[in-house]
Design a protein around this ligand. Structure first.
Ligand SMILES: Nc1ncnc2c1ncn2[C@@H]1O[C@H](COP(=O)(O)OP(=O)(O)OP(=O)(O)O)[C@@H](O)[C@H]1O
Ligand SMILES: [Mg+2]
Length: 242
């Protein structure tokens, strides 16, 4: 079973220069494994140096061919989205990129909303905050695109939402790029439909008639694209993992 680290952070006077550490050096300071890699999944590790903590996401933990061929692209995509959202406190900040397949980000003591252990949220307040955070992310030009997986939304002890796992994020392009604008808007609606899905999972009484559901956004064309996406994912797993 997964265990989550304690909530308290030590007070530190000097800040660690995370980019001065190699991947190997960082891995000597693992204090917790959020998820072990394998197949198409990366290692997600908690690193602690001089009392300060950061999260290392390393695609080298995935199966060999997947890690070699797809790993750098995934790591680049996620780092790019994190950089774009640097100003938002609901998204981890990129700290360093020790290799082409890995990056280090700020650690946010929290629990995934569907795996609460110690936090007892006021869901109405949480979902208002989450909705505002998602709007801010969209205004900054990023659609998350994987919020329908509830393990990507975390809650802090103060009830603040943190969104992780931006590997599938879609970035808004130039105004004149109309296909990009259309897709971006659709993905923004998919993010909003994720709120409805999360409410249904943890606080069903908060679901309102006007809340967006996925099928309404997508229509037949969108559902076909979704099945195509799932098919491509399955195929790439078959081809590139052991
Ligand atoms: N910056 C962070 N601060 C705190 N916890 C984090 C952070 N990043 C990731 N985690 C924890 O690690 C888990 C896995 O991270 P992430 O979702 O990025 O990887 P993943 O490969 O998609 O894993 P999964 O398939 O389980 O979603 C998250 O659900 C969360 O519990
Ligand atoms: Mg995830």
């Amino acid at each position: 079973m997964l265990t989550y680290p304690a909530q308290s952070e030590r007070t530190i006077s000097m800040s660690v220069n995370w980019s001065s550490y190699s991947l190997q050096e960082l891995k000597q300071h693992i204090t917790h494994t959020f998820r072990s890699g394998g197949g198409s999944r990366p290692d997600v590790l908690l690193i602690e140096i001089d009392g300060q903590r950061a999260v290392l996401k390393d695609q080298a933990g995935a199966a060999r061919f997947f890690s070699l061929l797809i790993g750098p692209i995934l790591s680049w995509r996620e780092s790019k989205a994190l950089k774009k959202l640097d100003a938002l406190s609901c998204i981890p900040t990129l700290l360093a990129q020790p290799t082409a397949r890995s990056f280090l980000m700020t650690y946010h003591p929290s629990e995934p909303i569907t795996r609460l252990r110690t936090i007892d949220p006021d869901w109405a307040i949480f979902f208002d905050r989450l909705s505002a955070s998602i709007d801010a992310m969209h205004r900054a030009g990023v659609a998350h695109n994987d919020l329908r997986n509830p393990t990507n939304t975390l809650i802090t002890a103060d009830g603040e939402p943190i969104m992780v796992d931006l590997v599938a994020a879609f970035l808004r392009g130039h105004k004149w790029n109309l296909p990009n604008q259309w897709i971006f808007n659709k993905f923004c609606q998919v993010d909003q439909s994720a709120i409805t899905k999360m409410k249904a999972l943890v606080a069903p009484t908060l679901v309102k008639d006007e809340d967006i559901v996925a099928e309404e956004i997508a229509g037949r064309f969108g559902m076909a694209i979704r099945s195509l996406g799932q098919w491509i994912r399955k195929l790439s797993r078959r081809l590139f993992t052991d």
